[in-house]
Design a protein around this ligand. Sequence first.
Ligand code: FAD
Ligand code: UQ1
Length: 414
Amino acid sequence: AKHFKLLVVGGGAGGLGAASKFARKLPRGSVGIIEPREDHYYQPGFTLVGGGLMTLDANRRRQEDLIPKNATWIRDKVEAFEPVKNLVKLRDGEEISYDYMVIAMGIQLRFDMIKGAKEALKTPGVCSNYSPFYVEKHYKEATNFKGGNAVFTFPNTPIKCAGAPQKACYITDSILRQRGVRDKAHMIYATSLKRLFGIESYLKSLEKVAKEKNIDVRTRRNLIEVDSENKMATFEFLDDDAKPTGKTERVEYSLLHIGPPCSAPEALRKSSFADKTGFMDVDVASLQSKKFQNVFGVGDCMNTPNAKTAAAVSSHLKTIEQNLTQVMQGEQPCMEYDGYASCPLVVSTNRVVLAEFNSKGAMETTPFDQSKPTYWAYLMKRYFMPALYWNGLIKGYWNGPATIRNCSRLVKSK
Ligand code: FAD
Ligand code: UQ1
């Protein structure tokens, strides 16, 4: 059986970043990374692909080319964890053991939780920027749209980049205006949440955007069924605690953009690392597993209260680099994750609201007011962030903007 000093589960943003950091510190062959997929996508680029502002190809790399030179790629999937024995079981039955482990399995898209959605995605009008298979279809549908309801949904589960369904809606509005057919569309944004966005300072700005664009925002609605034959979407009404009320609403669509329900990945959900929601139970400050001290979490698979974004991963990586190193040296972990996350809200084909926040409020990097939609923030999103991801984050060099933020604070206070 194979053994690694550090085993990383998942080769996405968090897994590659963690493997890169530790492959540089530890002797050759110490780090193993388990990832089943051959293609790696820059997922934050998907919203732009859906808007025809970037190609899908530009957001794809071969996994093989991204695995750190000093690390070993195991091209398989973790089927089960056995943390008491410090090992994982792969799909093909093989067992891999470890001294330390980083779990970075991300979050699983669950189109299967909406009746008829998987079939509907293959029919005209239905798309999603969450999936590399259906994101290009978003642009096609927006450019072919002739009239009727354009419906955008947000699920009643945790989801990564909670702004992305809204971005799809705003970008579509821009495209329809550019094509001169906006007056033929009734645009509906139907969300399970009680408002557009959870952070007060960005909420106002986004409400203004939605109002100016004449978007029919319907809150406490959850998509439960798609009938693609009759092009009908069924929503259940939710109460103030996001529980179904039993009341439903049927909406006819010409275009339906689905924000998919999501859950923790199956192998994680079934393991003793999970809390009762299925996500990895970690200490919110140290990101160490609550049950196994030689295991840390990174990214979307954890039960931390931050927004699930690649930007948050940058701060997770900074935290675990320090904490896992300390644990490897027999010390207590002492670095604390600050809850940082960011979601650049694309509000048209050339404006972005660069939201940066933790659960307490805004944490902006620049000295400017980032709640206003601007062209420079669009340029950051379109050109700077992809470069930062490919050359910084997944190579283990980008630790988040905390240092820049502190400098900006000095500028502002003068
Ligand atoms: P991922 O990068 O998703 O990687 C998880 C990896 O684990 C995958 O490669 C998967 O194959 C692997 N895996 C799963 N199960 C197993 C298993 N059993 N065994 C082994 N491997 C497994 N973030 C931003 O910061 N800004 C944005 O603007 C932004 N926009 C987004 C827009 C969209 C449409 C989407 C979908 C996401 C967006 N994000 C954005 C979120 C960002 O992509 C994620 O938060 C980030 O990729 C999380 O990194 P991760 O490593 O936790 O998960
Ligand atoms: C970020 O670090 C990051 O990950 C590389 C993103 O994902 C693509 C982001 O969208 C953002 C906004 C950040 C934060 C970085 C800066 C410089 C504000």
